[in-house]
Design a protein around this ligand. Structure first.
Ligand code: AHR
Length: 661
């Protein structure tokens, strides 16, 4: 074993990345061969999985700041306080709110406010663990009002901090007994992470209010009532090949009645029927009884988001089975038709022209052009014969009407075992096109499974690695951390996904988002609070893969063998035909820096390339709101006559990129 004095270690980048090259080193001779493998990397290879878990939609991506804006939660005043309304003494009440059902349809509840004196009766909305407001930014406030007896002269809106200090104020003067929409703007004087909205009624009398809404004007693409800009930006920066939505178990519901029904999520936002979020009390360790789905982000918005991100939309639909970890409620086969029809209609909603009934709905929402849907998922992670029976009915109906739509089926919640084997066997017999696999497991499992797909049948269904994440403690443990050990093991595992790109067509980490104070499940790719967000080490792994997918697989070997964990090293290589570059991904999971020579066969390369390093010498390191311990750093390195000589730091994920001459 010899040690070289001069080695491309991109020292400045390393120290920036917080990586220490340990003294002990191993030498590797790798061979990069440009011989055509005939394996394309699918443009969908690295995508994202979105589910409304951990306040990912309401309280997260959806920029609405008022919780329970239409008083439709199971407890209709949840999220609202009435400081001047003593429930125990009528005499001490300046006023009170009753919930009345004044309207037909989905949004039927109204807050009927009775103001008895001029002592300042008010309603306060607490937001989603507070409201994040920024000094000088503009916030659109709107509400529906019916001033029943004309006694209320003014409604005052104030953004207040935890001590009640007013940070911004505006008002409207309600006119007339009929329902009318009022709009105004609030501009806070101070940035505050835990603001609330206080609404005070001037005058005495009875007034009805509904759909009280507050949105930042500065949303993604400036859309009114749109999405949080910083969060969508983080998704955009992943360069995702697809967007899977809306889940996850949320698709299935704990009972069928509470499954996700896309038709209830399109059309005017105020008409979308509120549904309790299935994650609200799922885990004793993180109860969030105030977690509901307003569907402000519904299927139209998911399609639009996919378009914004340049990602293929991948909707997953209920197949008539509620979550098998909960009730496993089944729709009888002779009542399955409406479920199947939902799938057929969804394809029309996405792709049908504007003369079709669902195409018209899409047009009415501002998108006459089709969304060009290519994939549809049947069921989330169902298992057993009941699933196969229902899958068959869906597949037949979809293919009869839309033969080009690619159907994604599922192999259950586990990466192996009885359910998994049964599902795969049956789906193979049925010539399924793409099978979704889920694995939440230890970092060790991820490293050991870098060869998982080497032996998969090349003639069988393709794989969608639809949900995966290394768990530092155990599945669903609230102690799980988004630490570097987990992220590094995912990077290692992903070399195996890429090396098997003839079998693996789509992949996504899960879950995607978590509100720092409202989460149920950890680990998650992106954490946020009401003002900020941060990228985990796992995010950067996804980002490095997503931005360097390449187009064609080539081989990188050591002693003619793929690099799948020898000395803790994992590697894969691709060519990007568009940028005319070779991209090599190397993961060093060992505690030693490893000197590595890469001989190049079959092409001439430029004399310089870039080396991007993601690393940290402490496996327990994490990122946070105020700390970025692990982030990619890029520098240049030089090649020596048909050879790269690089040092791969301990505990690092490295991407080498060189132009092909
Ligand atoms: O990602 C969290 C959950 O894990 C998903 O909803 C479900 O599909 C899986 O069991």
């Amino acid at each position: 074993m010899k040690t070289r004095a001069l080695r491309n270690i991109a020292l400045s980048a390393l120290s920036l990345a917080g990586v220490t090259a340990m003294a002990q080193s191993t030498e590797h001779d790798y061979v990069l061969d440009f011989k055509d493998t005939g394996i394309d990397i699918q443009p969908t290879m690295y995508g994202i999985f979105f589910e409304d878990i951990n306040f990912a939609a309401d309280g997260g991506l959806y920029a609405e700041m008022i919780k329970n804006r239409s008083f439709e939660f199971t407890l209709p005043l949840m999220g609202w306080e009435q400081p001047n309304s003593d429930r125990h003494s009528f005499n001490k009440q300046s006023g009170y709110a009753n919930i009345v059902t004044t309207k037909e349809g989905t949004n039927h509840n109204t807050a009927r406010i009775t103001v008895r004196d001029d002592k300042g009766y008010s309603l306060i909305n607490e937001g989603f663990r507070g409201m994040g407001i920024k000094a000088g930014a503009k916030y659109d406030l709107s509400l529906m009002v019916a001033n029943e007896d004309g006694g209320i002269k003014k409604i005052i809106f104030q953004l207040i901090d935890e001590k009640g200090t007013v940070l911004g104020e505006t008002s409207v003067s309600p006119q007339g007994a009929d329902w009318k929409k009022y709009e105004t703007v609030l501009t806070p004087s101070k940035t505050e992470a835990k603001a609330k909205l206080k609404i005070t009624f001037e005058g005495t009398g009875v007034v009805n209010v509904d759909m009280i809404s507050l949105f930042p004007q500065d949303t993604w693409k400036g859309r009114k009532g749109g999405m949080r800009k910083d969060l969508v930006q983080k998704l955009y920066d992943l360069n995702p090949g697809f967007l899977r939505f809306p889940g996850g178990c949320i698709v299935e519901g704990r009972v069928l009645e509470r499954r996700y029904q896309w038709k209830k999520t399109v059309g005017p936002a105020e008409d979308r029927e509120i549904l309790v979020n299935r994650w609200n009390t799922e885990f004793d360790h993180r109860p969030t009884p105030d977690y509901f789905q307003s569907f402000g982000i519904g299927f139209f918005e998911y399609f639009q988001l996919s378009e914004d991100l340049g990602a293929e939309p991948l909707p997953i639909l209920s197949c008539g089975m509620a979550c098998q970890f909960n009730t496993g409620e089944l729709v009888p086969m002779d009542e399955l038709d409406p479920y199947v029809q939902d799938a057929i209609d969804l394809i029309q909603f996405a792709n049908g022209d504007t003369s079709t009934s669902w195409g018209k709905v899409r047009e009415s929402m501002g998108h006459p052009e089709p969304f060009n849907l290519k994939y549809i998922g049947v069921g989330n992670e169902q298992w057993g014969p009941d699933y196969i029976e229902r899958y068959k009915a869906f597949a037949k109906a979809i293919k009869d009407e839309y033969p080009d739509i690619i159907i994604v089926s599922g192999s259950g919640p586990f990466p192996d075992g009885e359910y998994f084997d049964y599902g795969w066997e049956e789906l193979k017999k049925l010539d399924a096109e793409i099978v979704d696999e889920h694995y939440y497991n230890t970092p060790e499992w991820f490293k050991e499974n870098a060869t998982r797909y080497d032996a998969y049948d090349r003639e069988g269904p393709k794989v969608f690695a639809g949900e995966y994440a290394a768990q530092s403690v155990a599945i669903a443990s609230p102690e799980n951390r988004n630490n570097w050990e987990c992220a590094l093991s995912e990077a290692a595992f992903m070399t195996g996904l890429e090396r098997n790109a003839d079998v693996v067509y789509l992949t996504s980490y899960a879950p995607l988002f978590a509100h720092a104070e409202g989460w149920q499940w950890t680990p998650d790719l992106i954490w946020f609070n009401n003002l900020e967000s941060y990228a985990t080490p796992n995010y950067y792994v996804q980002q490095m893969y997503g931005n360097n997918p390449g187009t064609d697989l080539i081989t990188i070997t050591e002693k003619k063998e793929p690099i799948t964990g020898q000395d803790g090293m994992f590697a894969t290589a691709v060519v990007d035909k568009n940028t005319k570059e070779v991209i090599i991904k190397i993961v060093n999971t060992s505690e030693h820096a490893q000197e590595t020579d890469i001989k190049v066969r079959g092409k001439k390369l430029a004399t310089k390339g870039t080396m991007t390093i993601l690393g940290n010498d402490k496996l327990e390191s994490e990122n946070g709101f105020d700390m970025e311990n692990i982030a990619p750093k890029t520098s240049e390195f030089e090649l020596k006559s048909r050879k790269m000589e690089v040092e791969i730091p301990a505990y690092s994920f490295v991407i080498l990129k060189v132009k092909i001459s």
